[in-house]
Design a protein around this ligand. Sequence first.
Ligand code: GLN
Length: 542
Amino acid sequence: MARYIFITGGVVSSLGKGLMAASLGALLQARGYSVRIRKLDPYLNVDPGTMSPYQHGEVYVTDDGAETDLDLGHYERFTGVPSLQSDNVTSGRIYQSIITKERRGDYLGATVQVIPHVTDAIQEFAQDQLDDVDFVLCEIGGTVGDIESLPFIEALRQLRNKVGRDNAISVHVTLVPFIAAAGELKTKPTQHSVRELTSLGIQPDILLCRCEQPLPDGERAKIAQFCNVRKEAVIPALDASNIYNVPLQYHKEGLDGEVLRAFGVTDAPEPDMSKWADVMERIENPEGEVIVGVVGKYVGLQDAYKSLQEALFHGGLANRVKVKVKWLDAELFEGDAPDLNELEPLHAILVPGGFGSRGSEGKIAAVRFARERQVPFFGICLGLHMACIEGLRSAGVAGASTTEFGETSEPVVGLITEWMTEEGIEKREEGGDLGGTMRLGAYPANLRSDSLIAKIYGTTEISERHRHRYEVNNAYTEKLEQDGLIFSGMSPDGLLPETIERPDHPWFIGVQYHPELKSKPFDPHPLFASFVAAAVKQSRLV
Ligand code: GLN
């Protein structure tokens, strides 16, 4: 039977619970256990798909087409276990399913209530589709004390009773702030937060204390005493030099050992940390540096491009170089005589995914710069659309555009209304709901065997994750090919363009999917490894 680790946060938000869960998962794996990590989000949106990247950061897409919280990206990057729809739930989704059942009359006239109906549904989610996994880590979003997280904490309290106290433990992540005026770390917020959690029926087994300064022994003992936790289970969690150092750091502080001890496991093998040591060795000893410009719309908040940022970093690890990312607002490159000076020092240019027309002319200008100046170019999703529009405009079709930006006489990119899935044709109505109406999740593609992209992947059959409504219009592919842009990858039915490239350019690739979602520090995505390698070559030219 699976054992449960409940992870809650106290005092303030943004303590890095997601990273903590991901790192603990990686540590348990390093000891030979299998893990699944799940995120329980108390907000009322059904999924984060319709939330602004400014508010919520990136929407992370799973193989099975779920639009999920960006923490699932951390889970996957740290554990290598592909996330699934069944790993993320929100209050909104739970209420949606309960209300649907209520309308159908499934409750046979009973009063539908938070306890037991909502709390039962939360427990079902936590226990769903676990196969033979050894440990399930359930991270609850928000902070203990929030009104909206109450049903989740109650559900986990009940679940702990159901599965037995030996099979479920609680890890509480708190803050131990340094008060400069007193010159001291303060334990009181942690005490209050634990009191709040125990008043809800959960006594934490382990406290992970985020602090900016080393936690003195006396403070550790004080927290242990007031919070009813073993002193060794009060784990100091100092800010890490790099997120990929967190598993090594937490292991040194004894986190995984304490977690196993709380389950009564005393004979677990020592973890094999060589994978993480290798990642850190590469991070700490770069042999050079490249500058990659990302020309996008949400550049003010890098969480909006979290996986992209990480995938570029991984590409650097593959090449033993540091990738310095310059986040450039596409609107900088717009207007009648745009100043492209900021593009000059870049060793490579990437136009990422995005929605809506703002900044699009700047993105097109960046594509043109990269094409004409032979600077390595990578276009992802909307970036591929921009590369096709730029290609067609340069081939003389001045009005080339996408229907995403409004009506156009030359729709190089248009709304897709149907596509093949494993179950058959999937259709979508124009003007339908925004939530969950995209081509989402993993789809296969076939690559031309003589293409650069097939060489990079080392295969002609790939599967990558999608999240888009618009697609290159086949009516224009011939014209684009005549102009030197080839469609190197197509959906297996030959209908949907998946990848493009320019054979007359050192590295010019566009993809309709999001390769960044599958990159890992210990297994960098081949496209990012190759793109950064191209940037390294470029850096030797300029
Ligand atoms: N907005 C574009 C579409 O919906 C691209 C989406 C994306 O970049 N993820 O097709």
